[in-house]
Write a protein that binds this ligand. Structure first.
Ligand SMILES: [Zn+2]
Ligand SMILES: [Zn+2]
Length: 204
């Protein structure tokens, strides 16, 4: 998974000294530092988009469109928290992982200093988890992800726009120091999770 190099989104913005104008990667129109994204399902990449191109891509029927608009919703499920996940014992380097569904395949991404390690989940495991946790089933393929984070209290679980995962993975790669990531990486990732927690609405 490549880091979204062109982004200057909130947590990164203050680190960026260059005043390079960002542009819509579909039509070339200049965009503000906070802007929309679409997923290019052909190349499996994230593209910055102006509002017009974003809206255009929301109108294409899902499944047919090459460019799919990344929704802006954040959700969590207060009634059915994920208490424990077995794969949490696998040694996730940055303390969190996210899951993305593409077609019938679900891929786990574990961000680390060299990028995110991808693992395809065994068929059936996601369906099994989703049966008890409707939040997992609510994520739209390609454009929304489920992020799990281990905390002292247990496991936090959110449904997030997929561009947020690029920001999280980018922060891990950019700020990682030493064998365990170091304090700055943890602080930056913590800030992003605080923002996610702040924006998340309960699943109904
Ligand atoms: Zn555009
Ligand atoms: Zn962007």
């Amino acid at each position: 998974m490549s880091v979204h190099a062109g982004s200057t989104h909130s947590a990164f913005a203050r680190d960026r000294r260059s005043a390079r104008q960002e542009r819509c990667e579909l039509c070339g129109t200049p965009v503000a530092s906070r802007h929309c994204h679409v997923v290019d399902t052909g190349r499996r990449g994230l593209l910055c988009a102006c509002r017009a191109c974003f809206l255009l891509s929301t109108r294409c029927p899902a499944g047919e469109a090459r460019y799919r608009a990344v929704p802006e919703r954040y959700l969590w499920d207060p009634r059915r928290p994920v208490v424990r996940l077995d794969w949490c014992g696998l040694g996730i380097p940055a303390g969190f992982a996210f899951f993305l569904r593409r077609g019938t395949r679900v891929t786990a991404f574990q961000p680390g200093p060299a990028g995110a390690v991808e693992t395809t989940l065994p068929a059936g495991l996601w369906a099994e988890l989703s049966a008890g946790h409707p939040l997992l089933a609510a994520a739209e393929p390609d454009v929304e992800a489920i992020v799990f984070r281990g905390t002292e209290r247990g496991t936090d679980c959110f449904l997030v726009p997929v561009d947020v995962c690029y920001r999280l993975a980018g922060a891990v790669r950019r700020y990682w120091t030493g064998p365990d990531g170091g304090p700055e990486m943890r602080e930056r990732v913590g800030e992003l999770f605080a923002e996610i927690g702040h924006r998340a609405r309960p699943l109904r």
